[in-house]
Ligand binder design. Structure first.
Ligand code: IPE
Ligand code: IPE
Ligand code: MG
Length: 254
């Protein structure tokens, strides 16, 4: 049995405050460039926005916050930017984990972690282990993550686990093998930085997520900007394939 209801098979209940928010944190480089700073200064400043978002989500009662930190395609960036981002990730894990733990945050890292060096993988494993039993906000960082990789990887794992089925699988069979199997599908997706694309983020999980795009660059995104995104979400009618009239007639989950 799957832990959460799939948006393509049932109608999930949606509350006023999104249960799960997924964000593409984009625009760090442009934020820095506008200030005549090196691109990496934007990444550094972006960490402060992460802190602010974690706090705001905890206070608002959001249960899951998922942040896209590094895509499988970001390895194509100049070597020095890639290595700066890796170091920043290690530093973030070193510095922030104890305060996340104090605040009852459960930390999860998703993506193809084999590509990271030994030290970083150890930090990740330790941080996940330390916070595993926390039942406040679940903060997921997607690192070396790609939506297509996620689906392919899940499919391969499922084949290995159930060879006798000969590939005769349902969505429900696949879902436990996806990297976000522990969370409901995102209710609200936010992309900062003005681009209106998914950039290979959670392709499977965004099937019925409400999408919100803002010009605001990630280092300038703040609590007020998050509240605007949530207000926009609250005005949407989530139909999951049905008509408006049906939604009035029936309760969610029917
Ligand atoms: C997002 O900001 C952070 C990462 C992809 C790691 P960018 O670095 O993409 O910033 P822009 O889009 O170039 O401004
Ligand atoms: C998406 O941002 C990935 C992350 C924020 C980690 P990019 O800046 O890499 O996306 P594209 O290249 O503009 O699509
Ligand atoms: Mg970008």
């Amino acid at each position: 049995m799957a832990l959460f209801k799939s948006s393509t098979r049932t109608i999930p209940t949606s509350a006023d405050v999104p249960r799960h928010i997924a964000i593409i944190m984009d625009g760090n480089g442009r934020w820095a460039k506008k200030r005549m700073l090196p691109r990496v200064a934007g990444h550094q400043r972006g960490v402060e926005t992460v802190r602010e978002m974690v706090k705001a989500c905890r206070q608002m009662g959001v249960e899951y916050l998922t942040l896209f930190a590094f895509s499988s395609e970001n390895w194509r960036r100049p070597d020095d930017e890639v290595s700066f981002l890796m170091q920043l990730f290690v530093k973030m894990l070193e510095r922030e984990v104890s305060s996340l733990h104090k605040n009852n945050v459960r930390l999860k890292i998703i993506g193809e972690l084999e590509r990271f060096d030994e030290q970083l993988r150890k930090h990740i494993a330790d941080a996940e282990q330390l916070t595993a039993a926390n039942d406040g906000l679940t903060l997921t960082i997607a690192a070396n993550y790609g939506g297509r990789w996620d689906i392919m990887h899940a499919m391969q794992s499922l084949w290995k686990a159930r060879p006798e089925m000969g590939g005769n699988f349902t969505e429900e069979d696949l879902e436990p093998f996806l990297s976000m199997h522990y969370a409901p599908e995102p209710d609200l997706f936010i992309r900062t930085g003005g681009e209106q694309r998914i950039s290979n983020f959670l392709l499977w999980q965004l099937a019925y997520t409400e999408l919100y795009f803002t010009e605001t660059l990630w280092p300038a995104f703040d609590r007020a900007a998050l509240e605007l995104a949530i207000q926009s979400y609250q005005k949407r009618e989530r139909r999951f394939g049905r008509t408006s009239e049906q939604l009035v007639e029936s309760k969610p989950d029917a």
